[in-house]
Design a protein around this ligand. Structure first.
Ligand code: URA
Ligand code: CA
Length: 434
């Protein structure tokens, strides 16, 4: 097979065969195909698209490009969740303990990720002592024992995605629905859980700003997972404002713990519990939504979900005392109050820009080698539709390094629109696709 022929085939709008795609991925990972030829193929895919069969073939070839995790020896149903990413999206740290408290086995491998805050792994590592690189055997033991463990993705998992993502990033080929689906689902399938629940975001803080694109992405990913015999479900959810109040690593852990303690209601709790309910239903633990709901409420109200989280923290070497006293988490030096410049209603939030302000404070990383400060970030005090007075506090910044503080403040203020009229209320969950 000649790789140039594959490029020409795709450039001319034809579909690639399963063999073509296997040839592409295995030879690229082995170093037999140059980046410039693969870049040309990616651009051809970007312009002419891939059908669902090609997208599934690409996913499976990528999944099989490295090691895969075998969870079959864990008793019970293993579950995983994935969010396409948003601001103040701490759902994993709430959903996973609830699901474990309901009897599911949550074996979650997460990334560090780039962006306005760290990934789930960075958030967890803000807990004193906690380690997310504990090895596969220990990970599986903890899942079997306490029903829940979260570790970092090993470098042996889906090497094709690491290579392709880096190339897509510099060739303008990230935002293609087939390439995104294959990238996400190859990693999820390699992690080996029986059930996968996806949270696909749409809105100003997500990379799918249009609802129909998010629904399409969700539908394709659910289809691929089913072809691989997984229990699949995707929720399409709103990301037109930060989901929770906290944006920043330790701050998000604090908010997650407070929700598990029963201290806050709101959108973050509602999406987290909806994800847990759907994990239970998709796994076939119960048949009725009302029964799944009762299980989730009981896991939260009894404190079992919190003690599940505490147990996981302890088994991974962390201080479980944070579950009683969140002041044990890293604290920033300075608290800076941000106030509203006008009276009215919060009518729009440029969510990605709010994330950008948190990143300027040091909560996220722009490049892979950047370090993050887990104690800094933003705590939002207002949501879309809330009334505000001129001079009223709308957010609090937690700050250590003041170098970019003024820039972060300006970015934050520009991102919040205060209007005279309350805006129309948007739904939190747009759709459920299974
Ligand atoms: N997240 C991924 O893991 N891959 C993509 O291509 C886009 C988002
Ligand atoms: Ca099992």
């Amino acid at each position: 097979m000649n790789f140039l022929n594959l490029i020409l085939k795709k450039r001319n709008g034809k579909s690639l065969s399963t063999e073509d795609i296997d040839f592409f991925i295995s030879n690229y990972v082995q170093g037999n195909i140059s980046d410039y030829q693969v870049a040309a193929l990616l651009m051809a895919i970007y312009f002419t698209g891939m059908n669902e069969r090609e997208t599934a073939d690409l996913t499976f070839a990528m999944r099989d490009s490295g090691e895969t995790v075998d969870l079959s020896d864990i008793d019970g149903i293993t579950v995983d969740k994935h969010s396409t990413g948003g601001v103040a999206d701490t759902t994993t740290l709430i959903t996973a303990p609830i699901a474990a408290a309901c009897g599911l086995k949550v074996a979650k491998m997460s990334g560090r990720g780039l962006g306005h805050t760290g990934g789930t792994i960075d958030k967890l590592e803000s807990i004193p002592g906690l380690s997310t690189s504990i090895g596969m055997d220990r990970f599986k033991d903890i899942v079997a024992d306490c029903g829940l463990s979260i570790i970092g993705q090993t470098s042996e998992l889906v090497p094709a995605d690491k290579m392709l993502y880096a190339l897509r990033d510099v060739t303008g080929t990230i935002d293609n629905i087939s390439l995104i689906s294959a990238s996400i689902m190859s990693k999820k399938l390699a992690c080996g859980s029986d059930t996968i629940v996806l949270d696909v975001k749409t809105g100003s803080g997500s990379f799918m700003t249009e609802r129909k694109d998010a629904e399409n992405l969700a539908r394709i990913m659910v289809g691929i997972g089913k072809m691989a015999d997984k229990n699949m479900l995707a929720l399409v959810t709103d990301m037109n404002q930060p989901l929770g109040n906290a944006i920043g690593n330790a701050l998000e852990v604090k908010e997650a713990i407070e929700i598990l303690q029963g201290e806050h209601d709101g959108d973050l709790k509602d999406i987290s519990t909806a994800l847990s309910v759907n994990m239970i239903l998709s796994s076939g633990l119960v048949q009725e939504e009302s029964a799944a709901n009762l299980q989730v409420i009981s896991a939260l109200e009894s404190g079992r979900a919190l003690s599940q989280f505490s147990k996981m923290i302890e088994l991974q070497g962390g201080d479980p005392g944070v579950c009683e006293d969140t002041a044990l988490l890293p604290q920033a030096d300075q608290i800076v109050s941000i106030t509203s410049p006008a009276k009215g209603y919060v009518s729009h939030i440029a969510t990605g820009e709010i994330g950008g302000a948190a990143m300027l404070l040091g909560a996220g990383r722009a490049g892979k080698s950047d370090s993050i400060d887990t104690s800094v970030g933003i705590w939002m005090k207002k949501r879309i539709g809330d009334g505000v007075d001129k001079g009223e506090e709308i957010a609090v910044f937690y700050v250590n390094d003041t170098e970019n503080l003024e820039y972060a403040k300006a970015k934050f203020q520009n991102a919040i629109v205060v209007g005279a009229e309350p805006p129309e209320k948007k739904p939190l969950i747009y759709n459920s696709i299974s």
